[in-house]
Every structure is written in C-alpha cells, then in structure tokens.
Design a protein around this ligand. Sequence first.
Ligand SMILES: [Zn+2]
Length: 148
Amino acid sequence: MPGIGPKSASRLTYFLWRGDGQQPRDLAQALVELKEHTRLCEVCFNITEESPCPVCREPTRSTGLICVVEEPLDVLAIERTREFKGRYHVLHGALSPVEGVGPEDLKVRELIARVKAEPVKEVILATNVSLEARPRPCTSKSRSRLWG
Ligand SMILES: [Zn+2]
C-alpha cells in the first residue's frame, strides 16, 4: 500500500494481532464499505460518495475556473490551502509515452467536453511536469481522436 513501508506494516500487523478478533473484521468490513460506497464524480472525476461531489455542487465556487490535477489526493492537497475557489478535474494519471499512457487513457476527453459545455474562462494545470510528459507533437490521427 502506498505510504506504508515494512515498519508501518509490522506495527499494524502487531496491533491487529494483539487486539481482539473483532478489530480485523471491523477493518475488513470498513474497507469493503469504502469501496462499495464510493464512486467517481460524474463532473470532475474525483472520488466521492455522491455524484456530483460536494465541490461540484458548491454554488459559491467559480464555474469559470478549473484546476486540472493528476490524482484525487492532489485535490485534497489544494483544498487544504483553502485558497482555491474554483472547481477541479482529475485526470487519473499522467501522460507517459514511455509507459504507453496517452490522452485517451486519462480523463482528457472529458475535460475537453467540460471546457466546451461549461462557461470556463481559465484552466489551471496543476500537474507534475516531467521531461517524459512534456507535450509532443501528436499525429493528425491522434489529434482527431482527441478533439472528436
Ligand atoms: Zn465533482
């Protein structure tokens, strides 16, 4: 699991082993319910219990400003600053030509559809910039697939 190294895993194992038999069952049930009760927001593709998510439903947030992030955790990090009052779009990954991840593997088409359908004035890219992911010329075939 991300963020849990061997030391933390050992501590968790010992904690669960030492407690009564109900704790592991409760934890397992909570994990199952977490997966069952969450989905992707139909607008921004963040993980949520209700779709549209609370951010997309919030009437005081600007509809003209979309912050594009790679992962749902990026939304949490930006929300913690309490500075951003627009909306988000979660790509669910990063462009990676080396690993064969192209725009069609991410929520890029959905972003383009939002920009066309909503009164968007500004799109902020809050994605990691790596040499690998820098924009490259695309073929006319891939461009026409992207822009429909
Ligand atoms: Zn949303």
